[in-house]
Design a protein around this ligand. Structure first.
Ligand SMILES: Cc1ncc(COP(=O)(O)O)c(C=O)c1O
Length: 383
């Protein structure tokens, strides 16, 4: 078996990388969610074979990709789905927008909970739906959905709840009890549950297990849209390959009709890479998880030794959610950037006094980032 060297530092500057070209030279970019690691050998080979073949026409979804995906959902996530429930797209964001847009009533509203991955907050308004944001609450040091407030703020116009599970940016893997409560809520109020589960194979704390919300029972399955992708787990975000699982035929038709003309089918590059990822790259994924868990442990220990910063262990994702509340410095992210660390301010996600740091990078970069964060904190007045 190939041993993957995740410590290898790859120079990504001037490679048209969205992540690395954002900041001036010298700033370590630890923001957008792609990883600074090479993809698996099977993915490279699949892409190279396609280049060698040389004819790049319109593509259909390979039967084997659908078969492998269906089988994987059952084996890994204990959900028996069918091939004809699948709708393929070139990215998750078109999926979120199509989900919001496919709600039939023009005056419909979409409910979600901030802080959350930005397109959740934008998808509604961009598709002429209004947004009902019921922010997360902190309970016993963990982020939880505020079911009392959700219940108090539901109206007949709300037609959908948008869930991010595992959660970006708070890192939670919602428990069976929480998902049960949420799906009961959706069923009681006749809401479609749109569940973005892109981070489901990036579990940091192995005592937690991802549960697909729609798999809980037949009723919720029948009013659900679940969005998945190999892009985060196998680091192929640049190729764009997403699949929506939509068991209900009417919802599936509405979804497909809404996205028609807006989002094309994924390219064959995306398809062959997705197949090589799901079918042939599990050895790489296993080693990735081990490496990321090591980075997580290192970061957690270091951050919590810095006065004024606080990080809680993540249940999933490689996106640390770090509180700088105690520093009492609103522009702390700008100060970090001045000191050579590029992270995302929580305001991007509809939150405050946190920043999000992507630690899917060689350990050496993380060690350097910690040095720079300490210098930045030492520059905070009265720190
Ligand atoms: C929760 C979530 N959904 C969707 C996406 C977008 O995924 P992609 O662009 O790979 O389709 C991201 C990327 O960070 C994400 O974190």
């Amino acid at each position: 078996m190939e041993i993957v060297d995740f410590d290898k530092v790859i120079n990504r500057t001037n490679t048209n990388s969205y992540k690395w070209d954002k900041y001036p030279a010298g700033v370590l970019p630890l923001w957008v969610a792609d990883m600074d690691f090479e993809v698996s050998r099977p993915i490279k080979k699949a892409l190279a074979d396609l280049v060698d073949f040389g004819v790049i026409g319109y593509a259909r979804i390979p039967d084997q990709l659908e078969e492998v995906f269906v089988q994987r959902m059952e084996e890994k996530h204990n959900w028996k789905i069918q091939k004809d429930w699948l709708v393929w797209l070139p990215g998750m964001i078109p999926g979120l927008y199509a989900a919001s847009g496919c709600v039939s009533d023009q005056h419909a509203a979409v409910m979600t909970s901030s802080p959350v991955y930005r397109p959740f907050l934008d998808a509604g308004s961009m598709t002429n739906r209004s947004l009902v944001d019921i922010p997360f609450i902190r309970n016993n040091n963990r982020w939880e959905m505020d079911f009392d407030s959700m219940e108090a703020n539901i109206t007949s116009e709300v037609k959908m709840y948008m869930l991010c599970n595992p959660h970006n940016p708070n890192g939670r893997v919602f428990s069976k009890e929480e998902l049960q409560k949420l799906t009961d809520f959706c069923i009681r109020h006749n809401l479609i549950l749109c569940s973005d589960e892109i981070h489901c194979d990036l579990i940091m704390d192995p005592s937690h297990k991802h549960i697909s919300a729609a798999s809980l029972n037949k009723e919720i399955e029948n009013q659900s849209i679940t969005l998945l992708s190999p892009s985060k787990t196998f680091n192929i975000a640049g190729l764009g390959c997403t699949v929506a699982i939509i068991p209900n035929e009417k919802i599936r038709k509405n979804f497909s009709a809404f996205r028609y003309g807006l989002a094309p089918m994924p390219t064959d590059f995306a398809n062959v890479a997705a197949l090589a990822a799901y079918r042939d790259s599990e050895y790489w994924h296993i080693q990735l998880l081990e490496y990321l868990r090591g980075n997580h442990e290192y970061l957690l220990k270091e951050i919590n030794q810095i006065k004024g910063l606080k990080m809680e262990p993540l249940e999933a994702t490689y996106l640390a959610w770090i509180s700088h509340e105690d520093l009492e410095m609103p522009d702390f992210v700008a100060l970090l950037e001045k000191n050579g660390v590029g992270v995302q301010d929580s305001s991007v996600f509809g939150g405050k006094e946190y920043f999000r740091l992507n630690f899917a990078t060689p350990r050496a970069n993380l060690v350097e980032a910690i040095k720079r964060i300490k210098i930045a904190v030492s520059q905070v007045p009265n720190s």
